[in-house]
Design a protein around this ligand. Structure first.
Ligand SMILES: Nc1ncnc2c1ncn2[C@@H]1O[C@H](COP(=O)(O)OP(=O)(O)OP(=O)(O)O)[C@@H](O)[C@H]1O
Length: 303
């Protein structure tokens, strides 16, 4: 169902500061994540992107500044309460339940939002929210291309597929704001291309999407606005084509000589990223479902 953008609130940060001892990891950041757009935050390792992300998701409290969702001040709101307001997130280190199936992991996400009672389900009692949960899980499975893997235990899946499970879990909560922490990490080129199409579609459907990412091809291929962070501050902001030419952005991150250790190191971001391989009829998740490898061990916690 298409959302009207006016229905979806903006996530806004003003003057955010977060320090660890004497280090200002986030140093006076203003950021808007509006509905209908993909907003990207990029920058070198240690720039403060994850700390900013954690503050927006509610996993960390800023020392200064305010965060609003629409008119509501959510600066002091815990992460689970933000989730109920429609802010969903993924994790930089994949965080799924390895003993649960793909569908059950998504169900956890759906129930975070719908309030479906796990007790009612266990006891086989009627629960009005269960139908909503089922619908949300099916829709999210379809969106991330994991319907065929719905009954596979996550412990048997490789990292790239688990990233999609996480994204599916976030989508199953039917968020209005989607916060993504390096969602392309562990995805192959085809999966990343598909992720780009999915993110574009979600934004076009009215979601407010925040993308913290090192894959510059993805960022410059999907973002409506790009913010470059360095040493806790945003040093350049704007549409991708402007940021690509911005001197401060190039010096901080994009320039192949002075900058980035990930993705942009060998060449500047391509102005026209390779389109996804639409010829492959298999859904996104099924393509990535090779046997588990050394990096495929799922993790329960975040770094
Ligand atoms: N819990 C913590 N305690 C102390 N210092 C921290 C903590 N978390 C982050 N930092 C420091 O804050 C700074 C910003 O870290 P952060 O992880 O936010 O950067 P980043 O841009 O996300 O880096 P990366 O791209 O490597 O994930 C770094 O100097 C980091 O060492």
């Amino acid at each position: 169902m298409t959302r009207r953008q006016s229905d979806v609130p903006s996530l806004q940060a003003r003057g955010l500061v977060r320090h660890f001892g004497g280090l200002r990891a986030v140093d006076g950041v203003d950021l808007a994540v509006p509905p209908g757009e993909v907003t990207a935050v990029i920058g070198p390792n240690g720039a403060g992107k994850s700390t900013l992300f954690h503050c927006l998701a509610g996993a960390q409290r800023p020392d200064e500044g305010r965060i609003r969702l629409g008119e509501r001040d959510i600066t002091r709101l815990a992460d689970h309460r933000r989730a109920r307001l429609g802010i969903a997130r993924t994790f930089q280190v994949v965080s799924v339940f390895p003993s649960l199936t793909v569908a059950d992991n998504l169900r956890v996400g759906a129930e975070n939002r719908t309030g479906a009672s796990a007790t009612a389900r266990l006891l086989g009692l009627p629960d009005a929210a269960r139908g909503r949960t089922r619908t949300a899980v099916e829709a999210a499975l379809e969106l991330v291309g994991l319907t065929e893997l719905r009954d596979v235990r996550c412990g048997e899946l490789p990292t790239g597929t688990l990233r999609l499970v996480e994204l599916g879990r976030a989508l199953a909560s039917r968020p209005s704001v989607l916060l993504l922490d390096e969602p392309a990490s562990g995805l192959d080129d085809t999966e990343t291309g598909r992720l780009r199409v999915l993110l574009r579609g979600l934004a076009d459907d009215g979601l407010a999407v925040l993308l913290v990412e090192h894959d510059m091809e993805l960022v410059f291929g999907v973002a409506d606005s790009v913010h470059v962070m360095a040493a806790g501050r945003i040093v350049a902001s704007g549409p991708p084509e402007q940021v690509r030419e911005n001197e401060a952005a190039r010096a901080a991150y994009l320039d192949p000589v002075t900058g980035d250790a990930h993705g942009a190191a060998d060449e500047p971001p391509s102005p026209s990223p390779r389109p996804p391989d639409d010829e492959d009829p298999r859904p996104l998740g099924v393509r990535g479902s090779q046997p588990p490898d050394e990096q495929g061990t799922p993790r329960d916690g975040e770094r």
